[in-house]
Design a protein around this ligand. Structure first.
Ligand code: PLP
Length: 359
């Protein structure tokens, strides 16, 4: 039996997709081999990657002015590829710091010797909110944000208003394709697939075409976006099997009705948990209401002992992944796209029952 998987990532995938993959595992559409065993230079794989790229752009309503890359190395590699490629001499990399992941991103910019400026931060209140204003440095190379803070459970519900000549760059790892965003406002969007759109091992990077001229010259081949843009993400062997699964998840999103439909479902799912947090003095949400995330919901119970008991009893009932990130403790329910509504309903029911028995 499958569990309800509330893990922050790698995370739940749609059961329909897993079954399709299972069906095609030994013999992909009569070709007599698995996608795993197939040359990335074959026409069959080319069709798979082309379709995944096109479907992603279609879901995002993006046209020919954007390119999609599927790379390796995780979002963490993008933390230094972004400043390496897009912050030239004499300019400053700007960051809005909203938690652990953005802190890691801005540290990388510094580490590779770039001038770095924190344009806004919510560190003063322990990253429990999203700053509404920011102040850019002189000569900003770009402004980088983290659209959803996986550990803290906050999410940007607006796009920062950057001047036209300042590219907006975003780590969208944990809320990618969970709802329609104003994607055209972003010059670069990236993330690890393993939160919302596929298995670990694939990093998606979406780059607006005009950014190609801004890429610094003389970079190591694999660290240079130009390499990957020029070769359609096939300079070297891409993560073929992961890309194939991502393609299937993207079609699953399409079948659900696209991002507008998913947003409605995701709001309904999140509200099962938020309604309890809002109406209880037993459970406590940890962030500002207006900034809270649809994807990751951290919460506390009255004591750490009760939190341990809660997590253990939930696991006995087939609900796993509810432990908060080790850096903040407590509990966290991640309700990504692929998590079925039933999982959120069952969690809510368990929460109410647990409160009754333990208050
Ligand atoms: C998980 C996560 C990362 C790290 O992704 P990796 O693919 O493991 O490098 C970065 N940013 C955010 C917002 C995340 O949720």
């Amino acid at each position: 039996m499958r569990v309800h998987n509330f893990s922050a990532g790698p995370a739940v995938l749609p059961e329909e997709v897993l079954k399709e993959v299972q069906n095609e595992l030994l013999d992909y559409r009569g070709e007599g081999l698995s996608v795993m065993e197939m040359s990335h230079r074959s026409a069959t794989f080319q069709a798979i990657i082309d379709d995944a790229m096109a479907t992603m752009k279609k879901l995002m309503n993006l046209g020919d002015d954007y390119d999609v890359l599927f790379l390796q190395g995780g979002a963490s590699t993008q933390f230094y590829m972004i400043p390496l490629n897009f912050c030239p001499e004499g300019k400053t990399a700007n960051y809005i710091n909203t938690g652990a992941w953005s802190t890691k991103a801005l540290k990388e910019a510094k580490k590779i010797g770039k001038k770095m400026h924190v344009a806004a931060t919510s560190e003063d209140k322990d990253f429990t909110y999203i700053p509404k204003d920011f102040e850019l440095s002189e000569n900003p190379a770009y402004l980088h944000i983290t659209t959803n803070n996986t550990i803290r459970g906050t999410e940007f519900h607006f796009e920062p208003n950057v001047p036209d000549d300042v590219p907006l760059i975003a780590d969208m790892s944990s809320n990618f394709l969970s709802r329609p965003l104003n994607f055209k406002k972003y010059a670069v969007m990236y993330g690890g697939a393993q939160k919302n759109i596929g298995p670990a091992g694939v990093t998606f990077v979406i780059i607006r075409k005009d950014m190609k001229e801004k890429i610094n010259s003389g970079l190591p081949t694999m660290m240079d976006y130009k390499t990957h843009l020029d070769k359609g993400s096939m300079f070297n062997t891409p993560p073929t099997f992961g890309i194939y699964v991502v393609g299937k998840v993207l079609h699953w999103i399409e079948k659900k009705g696209g991002l507008e439909a998913l947003e409605k479902i995701n709001i309904e799912k999140a509200n099962y948990v938020y309604d309890i947090l809002d109406n209880s003095d037993f459970y406590r949400g940890t962030v500002e209401k207006e900034d809270r995330s649809l994807m990751n919901i951290p919460f506390r119970l009255p004591t750490e002992e009760l939190e341990k008991k809660f997590i253990a009893e939930a696991a006995e009932k087939g609900m796993i992944g509810l432990k908060g990130h080790r850096s903040v403790g407590g509990c966290r329910a991640s309700l990504y796209n692929s998590l079925p509504m039933k999982a959120a309903q069952d969690l809510a029911e368990f929460m109410l029952d647990f409160e009754k028995k333990n208050r």
